[in-house]
Design a protein around this ligand. Structure first.
Ligand code: NAD
Length: 354
């Protein structure tokens, strides 16, 4: 067996916690990358991994991404992430959620969990019966918290508008051609905001009925999932799963901008330079998709400190994402380094690893 510390994705993670609860059948990995800025916060992904190594890779990469994301969002939170390994076709049970909550509680607040792919607000509520270190719980009207998806979509949409302004020199989204990969909570939210501003949408989802229903509702078109990356457009917005920007994927792109919410879009670091070489403006994923964690982190911090935080305050904080992106693009243009590298350097400085 290869030593864990030599794993390609291992980046001096402070802790990796394995959970194997035989009673409920829960198998999970909780990875804490850095607690330099505060407790490691990041969602829990429920997924079927054909190989357990894939789960480890996700936990390591996604928790590092959360360190960077939380730091770049200006939150007093570090980076963590959990993955729950499901069998093919299996759905998490109440017993598994309870065991998972107990595992989070046992870490004493070093890790704060939230929703991610495969989880629901109801799952977070179940987990909250077993740990206080959870965010993304149902929100009161007008208060922070609840489903992070719409807040993530809002931040991504602001980021897309900033990218369009920066690259195409226009403040208007009217007739901007936007291709969306993934029409779930985030992609669907981005599509709705963009359609309201007159953008022209092309939508793809492995759930074809979902893409078709959204296209009908918003007046866009659909494309096959294997064709969406090659569609001629102004903005390609990946909102499904990660690692899609590899050599083949980037060669297919026919767009001016890549800006979307999927985590870890670049398969390897060198793929950021490949995008830049093709003169495609890239919005680093963990900067543009910080809206959801901003919402739930502010909810968690307010509850922990016996205070409240309004959704208006959350939206104001999300409104700072475009400024962060512009500072990355300007620095990238000045230094000649690709946007992802510039963002990583900024983030590493913020977590004391510059
Ligand atoms: P979701 O499960 O609601 O939606 C994902 C959608 O992508 C689904 O409709 C699914 O059918 C579709 N999909 C999966 N594989 C696909 C493929 N190969 N091609 C096209 N469509 C495909 O998840 P979500 O909450 O919308 O999250 C989407 C992405 O954004 C994930 O990578 C997630 O990690 C990231 N993200 C989400 C949030 C959030 O607040 N929900 C925050 C930050 C990042």
């Amino acid at each position: 067996m290869t030593a864990f510390w030599t794993e390609a994705d291992f980046d001096h993670h402070e802790m990796v916690h394995f959970v194997d609860d035989r009673k409920s059948g829960l198998k999970a990995i909780i990875a804490l990358h850095s607690t330099h800025c505060g407790p490691g916060a990041g969602g829990t992904r429920f997924w079927h991994y054909p190989e357990p190594a894939g789960a480890m890779r996700d936990a390591l990469r996604l928790s590092r991404g959360m360190s960077y994301k939380n730091a770049m969002a200006g939150l007093p939170m570090g980076g963590g992430k959990a993955v729950v390994l499901l069998q093919e076709g299996q759905r998490q049970t109440l017993e598994m959620l309870a065991a998972f909550g107990e595992a989070v509680e046992s870490l004493g607040g070093r890790y704060v969990t939230a929703e991610d792919v495969g989880a629901s607000v109801a799952d977070m509520v179940t987990i909250s019966h077993h740990t206080q270190h959870v965010c993304g719980l149902p929100a009161q009207e007008g208060a922070a918290g609840g489903d992070p998806g719409p807040y993530t979509a809002y931040g991504i949409y602001l980021g897309i508008k900033a990218a369009v302004q920066h690259k195409l020199g226009t403040d208007s989204m009217k007739d901007v051609r936007l291709s969306l990969q993934g029409c779930g909570s985030v992609g669907g939210g981005v599509a709705r905001l963009a359609a309201a501003d007159g953008a022209k949408l092309t939508l793809a989802d492995i759930n074809e009925a979902k893409a078709a229903a959204l296209a009908q509702e918003l007046g866009g078109e659909t494309a096959p999932v294997d064709a969406i990356m090659g569609m001629e457009c102004d903005v390609f917005s990946p909102n499904a799963l990660g690692a899609i920007l590899d050599t083949d994927g980037i060669a297919k792109l026919d767009c001016a901008i890549v800006a979307g919410g999927a985590n870890n879009q670049l398969k390897r670091p060198e793929h950021g330079a490949l995008l830049a070489a093709r003169d495609i403006l890239y919005a680093p994923d963990y900067v543009i998709n910080g809206g959801g964690i901003i919402n739930v982190a502010l909810e968690y911090l307010a509850r922990r400190d016996g205070q409240t935080c309004s959704s208006e305050e959350v939206r104001e904080r999300i409104g700072m994402i475009p400024e962060r992106l512009r500072s990355i693009w300007h620095e990238s243009e000045e230094s000649g380094q690709s946007a992802d590298i510039v963002a990583d350097q900024m983030a590493r400085k913020l977590i004391g690893r510059g």
